[in-house]
Design a protein around this ligand. Structure first.
Ligand code: FAD
Ligand code: SF4
Length: 491
């Protein structure tokens, strides 16, 4: 007899966690809903739609092979689908794990009978809240040290392995010379993949797996070919590799195909074999148990209006170059936008120091930029995009998350990338027709916001630099030209 309907969301695709943890084929019927509202609510990147839809279909098939009865419904919305199934099984209770977004938790409240606490992250809300309650500012480094100690990761008693909590200085090298990057793992399409791709009229890249086996293969490939060298070049941007030594695991971690505990355990086991430098191991662990957990916990810790914040009162429209690589001559931006077109992914530095930096210094509306980021990335979800964009990327939360904005001129991009040499602009110049737009707009941004940042001691050096500029009127003039040219797709 069926006693429960268990609802599996498309971002909770793991048989040992969430609602599947104690499910049994004898008593439970599984429900998955492909809500049309979710698919058509915005102009999603087709690679992202393909990934989520195909991963969910594969997961349903996997559960069927384990003996579960699975209803995979297409409905107007998730709630409409769940209501339809409840009507078919009036005696059964509907069980779900806590959803990963504020809006979806609210929507399901009225229809779900039993809600299980989410276990897709490593940090219980009360642990984070207790930490946050003791902080003046939410500095990630302090949270990360708590995580290392609490989870006993890379620790020797009370001290960090290698004698330091972080190896950031070693992990910020620019592009290496005469270096061969291992090719990324390619994932072949199967019948389900091809069916979904045909429905979408999309030709998927081979960058992403849509099965648990494929996600595990990606983890193994990372540990074998990339982990040892992960650290030093994690911030670099190069022409001959789109993924460098990054793990490419974010889509699977966010869809549930991999659990962070599995990734952490596998990484530590590999580290304990002895040939992984501590700077690389620490660099990766920092992303996984530090940044990822911090960002998720911040999403739940802040109020639901956090995503609407606009502390710098930026109201500019989204520039055409974000959606069209040919609408700019800036080599860094056009290369990066083309990369997004190809596979809906970039590593953290082009997301932060090129795209978010550009939105920040052009005064683009944080909400317009956030909506664009959400629809263009394969691993985007509200919980991860809102803090990363509003807090870290464009400093729209007034500095609650980051003590200073990540604003930078062309010098940073020139140091960390290979984009500037073939670019028609010069990162060293801030005025004139060939001045790098990042350099011009960086100074203009500081100038426009100097009163706001006046009391921020972490901005003192930049503001002192601004005061020394003898050509500020020309910078302002050039900035106005650059903004106009960008809006018209000329710059
Ligand atoms: C403006 C901005 C927007 C971002 N948007 C997203 C997003 O929508 N989804 C997403 O998963 N990540 C996002 N990130 C974080 C990071 O860029 C990606 O997680 C990473 O590039 C994914 O590639 P990877 O799996 O190879 O990561 P690796 O470099 O191999 O890192 C390992 C893992 O650490 C986690 N991680 C690292 N940094 C972060 C972070 N800041 N927030 C959350 N998780 C992190 C990811 O799960 C990642 O898979 C964003 C960062 C910035 C600055
Ligand atoms: S010169 Fe400026 S616009 Fe051109 S690639 Fe470098 S940073 Fe980008």
């Amino acid at each position: 007899m069926v006693t429960s309907l268990r609802y599996v969301a498309f971002d909770q695709l793991h048989e040992n966690y969430g609602v599947m943890k104690d499910a049994s084929p004898e008593h439970d019927v599984i429900v998955m809903v492909e809500g049309q509202a979710m698919l058509t609510s915005t102009n999603w990147h087709p690679e992202r739609l393909y990934f989520y839809r195909s991963s969910a279909r594969h997961f349903a098939q996997r559960l069927e092979r384990q003996g579960f009865r699975v209803h995979f419904l297409k409905a107007a919305s998730t709630v409409a689908g769940l209501k339809e199934l409840k009507a078919q099984y009036p005696e059964a209770q509907l069980i779900a794990a806590q959803q990963n977004s504020i809006a979806q938790r609210k929507r399901l409240e009225s229809i779900v009978d039993v809600t299980l606490p989410t276990d897709f992250f490593l940090t219980p809300a009360d642990v984070f809240d207790e930490w946050a309650g003791k902080q003046r500012t939410f500095v990630m480094e302090s949270f990360y040290r708590l995580q290392r100690t609490r989870l006993d990761v890379l620790m020797q008693g009370k001290d960090p392995v290698g004698g330091a909590w972080n190896f950031d200085k070693e992990n910020r090298l620019g592009p290496p010379k005469n270096y061969t990057w291992p090719a990324p793992l390619e994932h072949e399409l199967d019948e389900i993949d091809r069916e979904i791709a045909a429905e979408l009229g999309h030709t998927p890249s081979t960058a992403w797996a849509t099965t648990r086996e494929g996600a595990l293969a990606q983890l193994e490939y990372f540990l074998t070919h990339h982990f040892a060298a992960f650290g030093p070049y994690e911030d670099a941007m190069v022409n001959d590799s789109w993924s460098l030594h990054h793990s490419l695991l974010s889509p699977y971690l966010n869809s549930g195909l991999l659990h962070p505990r599995e990734v952490l355990d596998a990484a530590l086991t590999r580290f304990n074999e002895g040939d992984i430098p501590i700077a690389s191991a620490e660099g990766f662990v920092r992303q996984l148990i530090g940044w990822r957990e911090y960002v998720n916990a911040m999403y739940w810790h802040q109020d639901s209006e956090y995503k609407d914040r606009n502390g710098l009162e930026a109201t500019g429209p989204l520039l055409p170059l974000f959606d069209d690589a040919s609408a700019t001559q800036m080599n860094c931006v056009s290369s990066i936008v083309r990369d997004i077109d190809s596979r809906a992914w970039l590593h953290h530095i082009p997301r932060l120091m090129v795209l978010s930096n550009l939105a920040l210094i052009t005064g683009t509306s944080p909400q317009a930029f956030l909506a664009w980021m959400r629809r263009r990335f394969i691993d985007a979800a509200e919980w991860v995009m809102v803090p990363n964009v509003i807090g870290m990327g464009v400093h729209a939360d007034g500095g609650d998350m980051m003590t200073k904005p990540y604003a930078a001129g062309g010098a940073y991009i020139a140091r960390m990338s290979e984009y500037c040499k073939p670019c028609p602009y010069n990162p060293k110049l801030r005025t004139g027709e060939t001045a790098c737009p990042f350099t011009t707009l960086y100074w203009d941004f500081l100038d426009r916001n100097s009163a706001t940042f006046a009391g921020n001691h972490r901005m003192a050096q930049q503001l002192a630099g601004l005061r020394k500029l003898s050509d500020l009127p020309e910078v302002r003039e050039r900035a106005a030209e650059v903004l106009e040219g960008m809006a018209e797709g000329r710059v």
